[in-house]
Design a protein around this ligand. Structure first.
Ligand code: F3S
Length: 399
């Protein structure tokens, strides 16, 4: 791989051990993937924050950077942690866990990384621009950055995203290059995609069949970022799909050469139902409804409220929503948040149902509108999950 003189000096340790280790990681991964040079990035989004998912090993890793007072070179943000930083007791998180979680966040912050603690940085003022090169690691955000905004990022592992944040460079391969951004499969959507959960079902269905292949959706109509984030998260979860195109909507779709398409498939009503039937696992009383995978926006919350405003939550069902602190601050008067809380709904920030241990530990029979949440909640432990639309949820757990 070509390196400039300055990059070589960083790699050789002239700027210290931490910089050298970061360079080593970026160059090694780049060489393995056939990169021919390094390119500057505009931002980094770093996963590996929750103490529940990273464990004790994170401390020595981060302390290695903090002891040399290493700072990031580009705007960098954190993915969700394992708890709401303010309401962790209410969630049922232990003192010990909270202490360790706070220590992890502080270590990241000491490097100049913002504690956004969200998987939807694009909702809170960190929208990438077309053509920006990034180093993002949350899979749903990676897919949105590439597909919805036309920015360029591979799905980075957390250490690599951190290394790129420190150096301000990434290796030029994969989704940074034009030739790896072309669609291979066209999906003709021949059924009504109306609910957030329908977008999620479509993405999940595609990802199960075409692991890693870039799709081109036809017949989906113009979709909002809130709808598309459900689709993107689902494809990333079931099929590691990191980029997509939607006909007449996403920025690269207009100039795309469709001769790259190898296969055209149809998504039917039966296909949609097949995903709802995978996640139709509990016939028992539901313990928890959980929304916010990916994190909800204020307009998601308005939509949720519109379904339940004249109803009250049934007894014995908890209802949790995950979002980000910065997104909730858009409701300056807090009137929407208060209305939802008055219905018995708890809104948590900084974390989610997957990267916090609490949902798995406290609840067994769960309803959600996200196949990504359903996928991860049922991977270990004995949670049973039903996938439902907001409309159906409002009928089932509200009266
Ligand atoms: Fe976000 Fe957690 Fe889902 S990080 S995409 S809410 S699994």
């Amino acid at each position: 791989m070509f390196l400039t003189k300055y990059q070589e000096r960083m790699l050789n340790g002239e700027m210290g051990e931490a910089i050298s280790k970061c360079m080593e990681l970026i160059v090694k991964i780049g060489e393995l993937n056939g990169a021919d040079n390094l390119i500057p990035i505009k931002s980094a989004q770093i996963a590996g924050v929750s103490y529940y998912t990273v464990g004790e090993s994170i401390f020595s890793f981060l302390e290695f950077f903090s002891k040399d007072q290493i700072k990031v070179k580009v705007p960098s943000w954190l993915n969700p942690a394992g708890m709401d930083r303010a309401k962790w007791r209410e969630m049922g998180v232990s003192e010990d866990f909270a202490e360790k979680q706070n220590k992890i966040i502080k270590l990241y912050m000491s490097m100049g990384i913002e504690q956004t603690l969200t998987c939807t940085p694009y909702l809170i003022g960190h929208k990438p621009s077309f053509g920006d090169h990034l180093s993002w690691s949350e899979s749903s955000a990676v897919s949105i950055a590439n597909g919805f905004y036309g920015a360029r990022t591979n799905r980075e592992g957390a250490p690599l995203a951190l290394a790129s944040a420190v150096i301000g460079l990434t290796a030029n391969y994969g989704l940074h290059k034009d030739e790896y951004r072309v669609p291979k499969v066209m999906i003709n959507v021949k059924t009504n995609i109306k609910h957030f959960s329908d977008y999620s079902a479509l993405g999940y269905w595609y990802g199960l069949r075409y692991q890693g292949f870039i799709p081109y959706f036809k017949g989906l109509g113009n979709s909002t970022v809130d709808q598309v984030k459900m689709l993107a998260a689902a494809m990333a979860a079931s099929g590691s799909v990191a980029h997509f195109h939607i006909e007449n909507q996403t920025p690269e779709s207009k100039n795309i050469d469709l001769s790259s398409i190898d296969e055209t498939i149809i998504f039917t009503e039966d296909d949609k139902k097949s995903i709802y039937s995978i996640y139709d696992q509990t016939k028992d009383e539901v313990d928890l409804v959980v929304l916010g995978c990916p994190h909800t926006s204020i307009s998601d919350l308005k939509k949720i409220y519109s379904f339940i405003k004249n109803k009250s939550l049934k007894k014995d069902v908890d209802f949790w929503i995950f979002s980000s602190k910065t997104e909730l601050e858009k409701d300056q008067s807090r009137s929407l948040i208060e209305k939802l809380e008055d219905k018995g709904i708890k809104i948590f920030t900084d974390t989610c149902m997957v990267v916090s241990p609490v949902v798995r530990e406290r609840y067994k029979n769960i309803i959600t509108n996200s196949t990504k949440a359903a996928f991860y909640l049922t991977r270990k432990g004995d949670n049973r999950v039903n996938l439902q639309s907001l409309e159906k949820i409002s009928q089932e757990v509200f009266k």
